[in-house]
Design a protein around this ligand. Structure first.
Ligand SMILES: [Ca+2]
Ligand SMILES: [Ca+2]
Length: 96
């Protein structure tokens, strides 16, 4: 399973229980361990570990850059929302 797939899987699980926006915000808060409203590579690494996926520092930095949707060096909720929305849209299109 690739990293984005894991992300979407977690999101879909949450969505079964709550409306779309809340599910994404909840997931964002899951990542944002220190409540700084931004996600850094270290938090990604930690989150993946908590979900049984061990990555190196290099790998977590690669994921970080994938998730930094507007390439400004930080992952904020906007990036996260854009990423998840784009991904879900792709999935729902390919599912048909
Ligand atoms: Ca943080
Ligand atoms: Ca960004």
């Amino acid at each position: 399973m690739t990293y984005p797939d894991l992300l979407i899987l977690m999101c879909q699980r949450k969505m079964e229980k709550s409306p779309e926006e809340n599910a994404i915000l909840e997931l964002f808060n899951d990542y944002d361990d220190d409540g700084s409203l931004t996600i850094d590579a270290e938090e990604i690494k930690k989150w993946l570990q908590e979900h049984g996926k061990f990555v190196t520092k290099e790998q977590s930095e690669k994921v970080f850059h994938q998730m930094d949707f507007n390439n400004d060096g930080t992952i904020k909720y906007d990036d996260f929302l854009a990423l998840v929305t784009a991904r879900l849209l792709t999935l729902s299109l390919t599912a048909k």
